[in-house]
Design a protein around this ligand. Sequence first.
Ligand SMILES: Cc1cc2nc3c(=O)[nH]c(=O)nc-3n(C[C@H](O)[C@H](O)[C@H](O)COP(=O)(O)O)c2cc1C
Length: 440
Amino acid sequence: MKLLFEGIDEPRLNTLEVYERRGGYQALRKALAMTPEEVLSNISASEIRGRGGAGFQMGKKASFLPHGHMDKYLVCNADESEPGTFKDREIMQKNPHMLVEGIAIATYAAEINRAFIYIRGEYELQADILEAAIAEALEAGYIGERVLGSAHTFSLVLHRGAGAYICGEETGMLDSLEGKRGNPRLKPPFPAIEGLYHGPTLINNVETLATVPTIIRMGGEDYAKLGAQGSTGTKLVSVSGDVQRPGNYEIELGVPSREIIYGLAGGPPEGREVKFWFPGGSSAPVLTKDDLDIPYDFDSMAKAGSMLGSGAIIVVDDSHTVLEVAKKVAKFYAHESCGKCVPCREGTNWTVKMLERISSGEATPMDLDIMASVQEQIIGNCLCVLGDAMAMPIGSMVEKFRDELEAEIEAARERAGAGALEDVIPIGVADEQAGPLPVH
Ligand SMILES: Cc1cc2nc3c(=O)[nH]c(=O)nc-3n(C[C@H](O)[C@H](O)[C@H](O)COP(=O)(O)O)c2cc1C
């Protein structure tokens, strides 16, 4: 079923002319004929969960904002920096008016007068296309003073980021928008109560907002009939890594993961098989080939010990070592850690060092225990979940591929001439042999 990607490859869909010809902005007209409360209750009834990572229900989040007219803001998260995720890019590049229409409806529902799109710096082409679409929508009266003659007025500004993963974290993004260094804020207060310029702020991902016109067109309750229990609707999935047909696919939530990886993306290259896969971007704990029949939805992924996250499936086949992938993942998060909180700043860096010790033949299996314990100390102890985003996949790799990592440790020690493992004295025993510490 295609809702977001219906007609996505139609030439010039990015122009107002083609978008309107296909029924574009009719959902906004329908919404403006309702009260803001009615529009919000349709969004709530759809039960749509955020498509940016955390999977929080959009209707609930919007209802946390105080009612009435005051300085409230909407920020659309178009930072799309999670490795493996490239679905928002396709929406913005091919169908930017769908996003603009979704923002127009969401601002009306939450009685917001100022909206921003925060787009990652590298998306220059998509930013140019969006800017042109915003100008067209403004000219046509879909944005600005008294939208389509109604009482709703709102402005929409596109803001280009400078290529920092942390600015995708919602409060880091707010600081960056305010002109500061993009660092996460301590929560609470949550942005719905105190966000941009201290005002109540609704933050949603591109795909979440781009789905709003469909919800209004279908009606919230009908939308909720699509997908699975607790994971309504369709979802764009970015599939990459070792598959024959990488790309973005729209699926109904709840389909077996195998159908996405093999059916749509063609599975790994001939002669190879799935070794493990990240179901929701590189920050999701990895699943193995035994998990391919798990339904692809928020709750089933959580039950399997992972997460749906941004909906980015990265497939790793049996031609790769776990160590190689673990190092790539850890290095990314260590590089992107903003350094504001200790567990993330130190934990990500130490994890990289520990993985490098394995490659250089300096590690023993005890390093795997230490590494697993470091990951446990990071999870839940950081200012934002960037630290967890490294700790969760690394922890899962150590747990699920311990035998392979131990074999890697032994092989690397042999290559480095570091001596056989049976000659290594475990730390506790070494302490006993050394006797008590000298007293000076
Ligand atoms: C380090 C980090 C990076 C994030 N990057 C993004 C991102 O690029 N795009 C996005 O939509 N959400 C990202 N998020 C999630 C946002 O903080 C936020 O939950 C989301 O924008 C809310 O929108 P949604 O409810 O529509 O999903 C990130 C979170 C963290 C912790």
